[in-house]
Design a protein around this ligand. Structure first.
Ligand code: CP
Ligand code: NVA
Length: 339
């Protein structure tokens, strides 16, 4: 079956079929090979994209910039302080202006409704570079990383998300696992479990793909037999700093550590979208250590730096996967496939 995603927005994975998601993972692998073999691939020369960031970023911004340049495109970056959006100009007006100048718009910010409105009003392709609800580009990189580590492929693998299981990354993992026939476990205290409506949607999807979605509050039970143990920061961008105290109390029992890997599958890997608090070498890390006496948070330094950790492969895969997403959605539908 031929898959074409030309002119499609990339706002959340619920909008895509399993075959379409697998196509993007495979395309990301092909772009990774081209990059590693130093084969030029400026297949989108002449196009221009704009990157709108209302929250900070290292990986997503750099991935869009490098991927855009490698594909031959012009890339404009707008940071939170240097555009009029939201302050002097509405989302709808901004979208209509940018849509006259660019072929694609990346947006990182707050509500999912903003990225949806940009897509609706701009008339060009829009990619979600993270909202409060979802982080879909991260998922293609994560699935590439899983494929690279499990010869048997991703289907049927058990992925456990530990910690703040209501956040954008956890939501997106639940969706992608359900879509791809994987077994997703959200391991968190009651307060930080994913929203019931999204769980219900994902359970219905999983029932059709052979996957499953489970909510489990006991870390040892959750991680038994896990192939992937995944975690993320306990307080996400946009949440108030004051939440740290409460989250530390709630989520400390959900830290990823050696004990959890002792019950996981023999070949289990550790994943994290990054940035991670695994030591005190950041201003927030040092402040938390000072205030609460915690020197590592969602993951121990031992696991982060240890042989099971795949976090830097995962970070590299952001670039290849974002290239795949931009290529697939911007390429002319009649273009010849590349080798
Ligand atoms: N994982 C991720 O999105 O990283 P950044 O916040 O650095 O973009
Ligand atoms: N949940 C995190 C992800 C960062 C990539 C946040 O939103 O801050």
């Amino acid at each position: 079956m031929t898959i074409s995603l030309s002119n499609r927005n990339f706002l959340k994975l619920l909008d895509f079929t399993p075959d379409e998601i697998e196509y993007l993972i495979d395309l990301g692998m092909r772009f990774k090979k081209l990059k590693h073999e130093h084969i030029p691939h400026a297949y989108l020369a002449g196009k221009n994209i704009v990157l709108l960031f209302e929250k900070t970023s290292t990986r997503t911004r750099c991935s869009f910039e490098v991927a855009g340049h490698d594909l031959g495109m012009g890339v404009t970056y707008l940071d939170p302080a240097s555009s009029q959006m939201g302050k002097k100009e509405s989302i709808a007006d901004t979208a209509r202006v940018l849509g006259r100048m660019f072929d694609g718009i990346e947006y990182r910010g707050y509500s999912q409704s903003i990225v949806e409105e940009l897509a609706e009003k701009s008339g060009v392709v829009v990619w979600n570079g993270l909202t409060d609800e979802f982080h879909p580009t991260q998922m293609i990189a994560d699935l590439m990383t899983i494929e690279e580590n499990f010869e048997e492929g991703h289907r049927g693998l058990k992925l456990v998300f530990m910690g703040d299981a209501r956040n954008n990354v956890a939501n997106s993992l639940m969706v992608v696992c359900a879509k791809l026939g994987m077994h997703f476990v959200a391991c968190a205290p009651e307060e930080q479990m994913p929203a019931a409506e999204l769980v219900e949607t994902c359970c219905k999807i999983a029932a059709q793909t052979g996957g499953s979605v489970t909510l489990e509050s006991d870390p040892t039970t959750a991680c038994t037999g896990a192939h992937v143990i995944y975690t993320d920061i306990w307080v996400s961008m946009g949440e108030p700093y004051e939440l740290w105290e409460q989250r530390i109390k709630l989520l400390s029992p959900y830290q990823v550590n050696e004990k959890l890997f002792s019950v996981a599958a023999k070949n289990a890997i550790f994943m994290h979208c990054l940035p991670a608090f695994h030591d005190t070498k950041t201003t927030i890390g040092a402040d938390i250590a000072d205030k609460f006496g915690l020197i590592e948070m969602e993951v121990t330094d031992e696991i982060f730096e240890g042989p099971r950790s795949r976090v830097f492969d995962e970070a590299e895969n952001r670039m290849h996967s974002i290239k795949a997403i931009m290529y697939a959605t911007l390429v002319d539908p009649d273009a010849k496939d590349f080798e």
